[in-house]
Ligand binder design. Structure first.
Ligand code: ADP
Ligand code: MG
Length: 232
């Protein structure tokens, strides 16, 4: 008999029941969206949910400062819990300079071991791969480095959420190079339609999730005082 797939709840109200209970344990998941779609909120909410269940978490940002993110989540009243978890050595929020994937891999693994992390968020994979100029790069090399990073993440007992920025000009793209979504285990996409007058501008789709029979609709979402949630 096949053993049941272990899962980690995302903590986004309404989402877990659409994905058989949560993200597959030890998987690498992409969270894609254009700017302002709620990726950072989702990422912090995912870590907070873990902390409430006793699971340590890491947030690496290559985009913002620690202060910026903590100020943003203070609006949801999450800052106190994050600060307490940080003092207890269960949570780290690291603002790193984007260098290269190898360096990022090294520091991710170090932090994961240090706090015995179960959850990891990278904000963002797009920035992490920025160092490579598309015109002159060897795509094979980029692909193999991103693949080896994802493989390393799976081998250290963490369930990862890698944020990817969808460029404004390329609404159909899900990532920077276009191969990231093929090697990740799942892809969740957040959308914002500025022309949804009178309607609901935010939505979420589950574009892919291995080993999971997932919902296939366009789900309206909202960002309210408790964070991000699928609209009832
Ligand atoms: N406290 C809040 N209440 C309601 N909406 C919020 C709140 N904080 C942020 N938002 C919404 O979330 C958006 C930013 O979300 P964020 O996760 O930073 O986006 P992204 O990381 O995708 O750029 C804001 O533009 C705003 O619309
Ligand atoms: Mg963000």
């Amino acid at each position: 008999m096949a053993s049941a797939v272990e899962r980690l709840e995302t903590g986004v109200p309404g989402l877990d029941k659409l994905i058989e209970g949560g993200l597959v344990k030890n998987s690498v998941n992409l969270l894609a969206g254009q700017t302002g779609t709620g990726k950072t909120v989702f990422g912090m909410q995912y870590l907070l949910h873990g902390l409430r269940k006793g699971e340590s978490g890491i947030y690496i940002t290559l985009e913002q400062s620690e202060e910026d993110i903590m100020t943003d989540v203070a609006k949801f009243g999450w800052d106190v819990e994050f600060k307490k978890a940080k003092e207890q050595g269960k949570f780290v929020l690291i603002a790193e300079e984007p260098t290269d994937i190898k360096t990022l891999q090294f520091s991710t693994i170090n932090y994961a071991k240090k706090i015995n992390a179960k959850r990891f968020v990278l904000d963002s994979l797009s920035i992490a791969t920025m160092g490579w100029k598309v015109s002159s790069l060897d795509m094979g090399k980029v692909r193999s480095e991103v693949m080896s990073y994802m493989k390393a993440l799976k081998n250290i007992g963490i369930t990862s959420l890698l944020i990817t920025e969808i460029p404004e000009a390329e609404v159909k793209a899900l990532s920077r190079f276009g191969f990231e979504e093929f090697i990740a285990d799942s892809v969740i996409v957040l959308h914002y339609l500025e022309y949804a007058a009178g309607g609901t501008p935010r939505s979420l789709i589950i574009r892919k999730m291995r080993r999971t029979s997932h919902g296939t609709d366009i789900y309206p979402i909202e960002i309210g005082k408790n964070g991000l949630a699928i609209k009832k």
